[in-house]
Design a protein around this ligand. Structure first.
Ligand SMILES: [Zn+2]
Ligand SMILES: [Zn+2]
Length: 270
């Protein structure tokens, strides 16, 4: 898989290391045996970490001519033999080559298939969804930790100040724990010159005058870019609503909001 990592800083992070068969978790050893992969046919085993959830995963390299199990369901390569510590077949995505960007610091890395699924499938629950209107055009992104799902590969075409604002929103969204079981992803109050003018929660099941107003917001509303961010939490029936407008447009936004006859406070219950 990856090329050698030689520099001191990379070595410190230990992005991956080679291990022996007996170092594999027992469940994975059993799973490999069930697939017909025996120790004798293994050339090398590499242990890596998902850069998103930090779970371990294992890459198995087989010797030439050894029987292969069925091809990877994701990439179709019979030699793509990645497994989670539970023995599930996996297929990590290398972020720099794909429609998933790592906005965090450091070199681009790998995202495991369960994080990938969470981020990119319509049944997944990422930390947040970003819906953006710039000059009459709509953009949509999803994010999980520092990873941004950019299916149309449009992020890099955005103006730099908007890229910076998105990056700050993604990196500054924190999971706030309410108790042992409950918590929510909370987006920041400001992001690189943009102000969060609407910070609250809305039912994800019902629409209201407030949600109609939010859905109708676009770059024509204020003749400026508008960034809407919907965050998730442990309560699947609620969605966090955040609307970012440029600092110079905050008063105008509040006027439009009042003109729409919506409740004065931005608590989004109405
Ligand atoms: Zn992961
Ligand atoms: Zn694969």
């Amino acid at each position: 898989m990856a090329e050698e990592h030689n520099t001191a800083s990379e070595a410190q992070q230990e992005p991956w290391k080679e291990i022996d068969f007996e170092d594999l978790p027992d469940r994975l050893q059993v799973a490999l045996e069930e697939l017909g992969i025996v120790e004798l046919n293994i050339e090398r085993i590499v242990l890596s970490k998902c850069d998103c959830c930090e779970d371990d995963y294992y890459t198995i390299g087989l010797v030439d001519g050894a029987p292969r199990p069925e091809s990877c369901g994701r990439c179709g390569d019979p030699d793509c033999l990645e497994f989670s510590q539970w023995g599930d077949r996996s297929h990590p995505e290398y972020t720099e080559d794909s429609y998933i960007l790592d906005l965090g610091e450091g070199p681009a890395g790998y995202i495991c298939s369960s994080c990938n699924e969470e981020l990119t499938s319509r049944y997944g629950r990422p930390d947040g969804t970003i819906s953006l209107h710039v000059d009459g055009e709509k953009f949509e992104f999803w994010y999980l930790k520092s990873f941004l799902f950019d299916p149309e590969e449009k992020y890099n075409d955005l103006p730099e100040d908007i890229q910076d604002a998105i990056k700050e929103i993604v990196l500054d969204t924190d999971y706030v724990r309410h108790d042992a079981w409950r918590g929510a992803n909370v987006a920041p109050n400001e992001a690189d010159g943009f102000q969060n003018v609407m910070d609250g929660w809305h039912s994800s099941l019902e629409s209201s005058r407030v949600s109609e107003f939010i859905n109708g917001l676009n770059s024509e509303t204020l003749d400026a870019p508008v960034i809407k961010v919907f965050t998730t939490g442990s309560n699947v029936c609620a969605v966090g609503v955040n609307v970012y407008v440029p600092g110079s447009k905050v008063d105008e936004f509040q006027m439009k909001y009042a003109e729409a006859g919506l409740p004065r406070a931005f608590g989004l219950e109405a």
